[in-house]
Design a protein around this ligand. Structure first.
Ligand SMILES: Cc1cc2nc3c(=O)[nH]c(=O)nc-3n(C[C@H](O)[C@H](O)[C@H](O)COP(=O)(O)O)c2cc1C
Length: 174
C-alpha cells in the first residue's frame, strides 16, 4: 500500500473513504437570483461560538457569488434527495427548477424536504490550494430529523445501521 500517491485518482479514493453527509449551500447573487451547489466539505468547527466551515472550489462558476455572499444557508440533504444532490452538482442545469424551495425571512433559498437547515453569516475566508475555506457563524437552524444522505467512496448511501457499543465500552460523548 502506498503511503503517498501522486495520482489524483488514488488520492480521491483515499479521501473518499471518509464518509460525509451531503449538503446544498445556497445564497443570492447580486441580482437576487438564487444560487446553490452540492457540497460535502461541510463540517462543524465550534459550539461556542457556533461555527461551521465548507470549502468552495476555485473552478466553480459561482465562485465569486459565494466568495462575496455574507449570508449563506446550508441545506442538509435527506436520504431521498439524491436527485437534488445531482442537480446542484450539474453545470448548466436549471438547479432551482423543479426543486421545491422557499425563501427564509432573510431571503435565502431553503430547499424543501431536507434533514436540517443552518443559516449562517460568513466570518472569515482562507484561500488554500484550489479551494476557498469559508468559516461561518451559525445564526439560526432547524432540525427535521429525517434520514440523512451519505456520500462515501464517490457513491451515495441511504441506509444507516445503528450499532450498539460492544459490551464494556462507554461512549466518549456521555
Ligand atoms: C457529493 C458532492 C460533493 C461536492 N462537494 C463539493 C464541495 O465541497 N465544494 C465544492 O466546491 N464543490 C463540490 N462539489 C461540486 C459542485 O457541486 C459542483 O459540481 C461544481 O461546483 C460545478 O458546478 P458550478 O461550477 O456551477 O459550481 C460536490 C459535488 C458532489 C456531487
Amino acid at each position: 500500500m502506498q503511503a503517498r500517491s501522486d495520482s489524483n485518482v488514488e488520492l480521491r479514493k483515499a479521501l473518499g473513504q471518509f464518509a460525509t453527509g451531503v449538503t446544498v449551500v445556497t445564497t443570492r447573487a447580486a441580482d437576487g437570483s438564487p444560487v446553490g451547489l452540492t457540497v460535502n466539505s461541510f463540517t462543524s468547527v465550534s459550539l461556542d461560538p457556533p461555527l461551521l466551515l465548507w470549502c468552495l472550489g476555485r473552478s466553480s462558476m459561482n465562485f465569486d457569488v459565494f466568495r462575496l455572499a455574507e449570508q449563506q444557508l446550508i441545506n442538509v440533504l435527506a436520504a431521498d434527495q439524491i436527485d437534488v444532490a445531482q442537480r446542484f452538482a450539474t453545470r448548466g442545469a436549471e438547479r432551482f427548477a423543479g426543486v421545491p424551495w422557499n425563501p427564509t425571512d432573510t431571503g435565502l433559498p431553503r430547499l424543501d424536504g431536507c434533514a436540517a437547515w443552518i443559516e449562517c453569516g460568513v466570518r472569515s475566508r482562507y484561500e488554500e490550494g484550489d479551494h476557498l475555506i469559508l468559516v461561518c457563524r451559525i445564526e439560526s437552524f432547524e432540525v427535521l430529523r429525517g434520514k440523512p444522505l451519505i456520500f462515501h467512496d464517490s457513491r451515495y448511501v441511504t441506509e444507516l445501521t445503528e450499532t450498539p457499543l460492544p459490551r464494556g465500552l462507554r461512549s466518549p460523548l456521555g
